[in-house]
Design a protein around this ligand. Structure first.
Ligand code: ZN
Ligand code: ZN
Length: 425
């Protein structure tokens, strides 16, 4: 919400030291600073208000606006300092009370104190929708759900055109397991502003949670469109959404890489097993608490650019021990990782086929041997049996179930695998 004042009272305090700027120039500067804030150019706004104050024109609005620009630039400690400066000059300055309250509310350790400032802002001006909206955020932060709901609704009653209370109410519902109500509020937001990034994003998240593929795809498409064309998109909101989507996509690739790599190692093992005595070295995807040092050590990304496959924010991935790769902050999206399930299925049927091929080979070798030397049929197929088959020239490759199943002969004299059973005939 925008809480910088457009007008300022010409009641300067503080001693005027050396300044080249006239009052008229300061007025122009101030106007430019407010314009910068409206254009979300907070670096420029910060510089302007800093300049005004340094010129000796100390007034609460300039401090408040400087604080606001710094708050937007995530310089929270400096912003707090400026809001306090504003309140030093004008203790009942509602905008500064509101901004200071908001910034304190961000941190759970100071949220209680923040709530007191937010309440004071509302007391100063009960007809200001933004202050009620902020107070709602303060309540939500501390878990006062009912109170938060009342404030968001009050803000909406005061100003029907203000979008943030509607969005915040939706988020309140979403975080309190009232998905239907949340969806209704987010849809209201979109009816007010079609290219509202966060409302589209929250809807995308809700529909991925309840696994509604068509709507999920619909909102993901909207998000991409807004990110591409939206000029009004807030920088930090854009970064948050982009990071999360990129993170989820990368988690998917990492998951594929782990699965794929396990496959490659297994195949290498099968190929080299004729040399005998090989230890099983392949990596089960669920073994990982993923560290990138591990990745490079075990050469997991030998055809991916491994170092790029990090969450842009946390730089980490974990597996959640159900074989899905997740980020500690962003989790993972079923829309992506579900595909890995297909890869696992593919891998399973691939293994099944290899096993079946080997069993067929064994069946045939045993059949040939039986013709040559009838009556020598063995019940178990152990290493010795296989060795003698190879030495007898009945087998060229070393048959082995790719997932470690043990071969034996069933009642009908066919080769069966302890994992894959006997081939359908
Ligand atoms: Zn992440
Ligand atoms: Zn098998």
């Amino acid at each position: 919400m925008f809480c910088a004042l457009l007008f300022f009272h010409v009641s300067f305090s503080g001693a005027f030291t050396a300044f080249a700027e006239t009052r008229e120039e300061i007025r122009k500067l101030y106007k430019a600073g407010v314009d910068y804030i409206n254009e979300s150019n907070f670096e420029a706004a910060e510089a302007v208000f800093k300049k005004i104050i340094e010129a000796g024109y100390e007034f609460a609005e300039a401090y408040n606006n400087l604080g606001y620009a710094r708050m937007k630039l995530k310089k929270n400690q400096e912003a707090i300092f400026e809001f306090k400066n504003a309140l030093r000059l004008n203790p009942d300055f509602a905008d500064a009370l509101n901004n200071l309250g908001l910034i304190y509310s961000e941190n759970i350790a100071t949220a209680q104190m923040g709530l007191q400032y937010l309440k004071r802002a509302v007391e100063q001006n009960r007809d200001n929708a933004s202050y009620h909206d902020s107070l709602g955020l303060g309540y939500h932060r501390l878990g006062f759900i009912k109170e938060a709901e009342v404030e968001f609704k009050t803000a909406n009653l005061i100003d029907r055109t203000l979008i943030t209370p509607v969005y915040n109410l939706g988020y309140l519902y979403e975080t309190n397991d009232r998905q239907k109500a949340a969806i209704a509020e987010y849809l209201k937001v979109i009816s007010m502003q079609r290219d509202h990034l966060m409302a589209n994003y929250r809807l995308f998240k809700i529909y991925s949670k309840i696994d509604d593929r068509p709507l999920m795809a619909n909102y993901l498409f909207s998000i991409f469109k807004i990110l591409k064309t939206g000029s009004r998109v807030d920088k930090s909101e854009r970064a948050a959404v982009e990071n999360e989507i990129i993170c989820n996509l990368k988690a998917f690739i990492v998951e594929v890489a782990i699965n794929f790599n396990a496959e490659i190692k297994k195949m290498t093992l099968v190929e080299s097993s004729s040399s005998g005595g090989e230890k099983e070295t392949f990596i089960a995807p669920s073994e990982y608490l993923i560290s990138y040092e591990e990745f490079s050590k075990k050469n997991l990304f030998y055809f991916f650019e491994g170092t790029e496959l990090r969450c842009p924010e946390t730089g980490k991935y974990y597996t959640n021990y159900i074989n899905h790769v997740v980020c500690p902050v962003h989790g993972s999206l079923s829309i992506f990782t579900d595909k890995v399930q297909n890869i696992k299925q593919l891998r399973n049927s691939y293994h099944r086929n290899i096993c079946a091929e080997y069993r067929k080979m064994l069946d045939y070798a045993l059949f040939l041997k039986d013709i040559d030397r009838p009556g020598e049929k063995a019940g178990a197929i152990d290493a010795q049996t296989i060795k003698s088959l190879v030495e007898g020239g009945y087998l060229r490759d070393l048959p082995e179930c790719p997932v470690g199943g043990k071969f034996s002969l069933d009642a009908n004299g066919f080769v069966t695998c302890s994992i894959h059973g006997v081939s359908a005939r």
